[in-house]
Design a protein around this ligand. Sequence first.
Ligand code: NDP
Ligand code: ZN
Length: 178
Amino acid sequence: MDEVLLLTRAFAFAAEKHVHQRRKGANAEPYVNHLAEVAHLLAVAVHGRDANLVAAGLLHDVLEDTQTTRDELAATFNEDIAALVSEVTDDKSLPKQERKRQQVVHAPGKTDRAKMLKLADKTSNLRDLAASPPADWSTERRLDYVRWGRDVVAGLRGVHPWLETQFDDAAATAERAL
Ligand code: NDP
Ligand code: ZN
């Protein structure tokens, strides 16, 4: 598929699927803002040369947070995008705490492109935490979230230094804002 068509289709698809969701920050930003940020970080990271990865950035939360299925992604986009999004999707049958632990354990075994996608996602979440933290999160809980993000990212290093720097800057800023 032509790359402009692919990316605009992914953006429209994600916007529609997440239409009723908001971010958890005090400002309740539209969910799509997070998807746009993750996709743009990836686009810069690959110098515009991996449209499937950028599309997966737009779509990275549809399996976890909407009714979308992997088959639907494969049919609407392609197998590479469906596989990438699946790789960054938690097993929702597990309790929250266990899902968080599994992210740390499984990070080192992800493919390089999934590692980049997870780095971009964690970077965006820590930027959000600094700029618009969930109002009901105590300082301790925010601190826990930054620590957990660092633990996950420890297993994602060695693939893309620039994305790692973006994450490290976001983590440092989030900690200063606490
Ligand atoms: P999470 O801790 O999973 O919420 C963080 C996730 O919400 C992010 O990974 C991100 O995921 C998304 N998100 C949306 N908006 C924001 C934002 N503005 N800033 C940062 N992240 C945002 O929260 P849950 O509500 O699911 O909480 C459950 C977990 O929290 C449990 O593990 C529980 O044990 C723990 N907890 C810890 C406490 C503490 O004091 N330490 C207290 C209570 C619970 P995405 O990109 O996928 O949208
Ligand atoms: Zn996300």
